[in-house]
Ligand binder design. Structure first.
Ligand code: HEC
Ligand code: HEC
Length: 227
């Protein structure tokens, strides 16, 4: 399975500008004054990132949980699961919302006033939320649709980047168990160009996929529970 590190490396190479974000955040922290710096030195990096996490855990509870759920999975329509999502992917998307490049009224309004440190803090906190399995469906997923969806995911190399377990890594999102309505809208959005990628990966991956196969892919991805 040598494909995945290579794919992740390609995705990361394209993530050049995200790398500037943590540096900016560090610079701001450094400018916060000598006393803060000496406290940080005295308590160590682990302690300072733990208190950063506590701050963003609280802000997440107060602001984000209303829609995304306190554990990162809500049943609100159209609202993606954040539980189990990777911090590097998350920061790229918060960045796109902040710049108004990825459109969603609520998310753009929330992200607009965020500093680089906020993007980093929220993303790091989200990165600590363990995956939460979807609620058991009333009926088992349709076996024929699942096997057709699996064939499409192989044929179009979704697993090449998102992994055989569809759990992604680094800048590539976890998609297995993501909500079907959200995945469907997102695939159509990438295909039509309405959702810009942080990288060219998705528009290119979907350029060969007929529009009529997107719903089946969304069904498969959302109902995927296996390895
Ligand atoms: C009013 C409801 C609402 C609130 C509050 C909210 N979100 Fe969202 N969020 C959404 C919706 C809806 C989307 C999906 C947007 C789309 O369709 O592109 C989203 C998308 C996201 C995504 C992209 C996920 C992905 O898989 O690409 C991230 C990250 C995110 N939100 C983080 C946050 C954070 C952090 C907060 C708190 C500061 C927050 N959200 C508060 C509704 C909300
Ligand atoms: C070349 C690598 C690559 C391939 C192939 C690929 N993806 Fe992606 N995918 C990504 C990256 C990177 C992102 C993050 C989007 C961005 O760049 O902003 C993503 C994002 C997504 C998202 C959005 C997740 C979210 O939380 O919003 C979905 C859904 C998705 N991919 C499904 C698929 C499906 C289905 C296929 C196969 C047809 C596929 N991907 C093929 C790399 C890839």
């Amino acid at each position: 399975m040598s494909w995945r590190p290579a794919a992740v490396a390609v995705a990361l190479a394209l993530l050049g500008s995200a790398v500037a974000l943590p540096a900016g955040a560090q610079a701001k922290k450094a400018a916060a004054g000598a006393s803060a710096a000496s406290v940080a030195r005295a308590t160590g990096a682990a302690a300072s990132s733990a208190s950063g996490n506590a701050l963003y855990a609280e802000r997440f509870r107060n602001v984000c949980a209303a829609c995304h759920g306190p554990d990162g999975r809500s049943d609100m329509v159209g609202t993606p699961v954040l539980a189990g999502q990777h911090s590097l992917y998350t920061i790229t998307q918060l960045f796109l919302f902040r710049e108004g490049r990825r459109s969603n009224q609520a998310m753009v309004a929330l992200a607009k006033p965020m500093t680089d440190a906020d993007l980093r803090g929220f993303s790091d906190f989200i990165g600590t939320l363990p995956p939460v399995a979807p609620p058991l469906p009333a009926a088992p997923p349709d076996a024929v649709r699942m096997s057709k969806g699996q064939a499409l995911a192989q044929q179009h190399k979704c697993v090449f980047c998102h992994g055989a377990a569809l759990d992604g890594g680094q800048g590539v999102p976890r998609i297995g168990g993501q909500k079907e309505d959200y995945v469907r809208a997102t695939l159509h959005g990438f295909k039509s160009g309405e959702r810009p990628g942080y990288t060219r990966a998705m528009p290119e991956a979907l350029s060969q996929v007929p529009t009529e196969d997107l719903d089946l892919l969304a069904y498969y991805v959302a109902n995927f529970t296996g390895k």
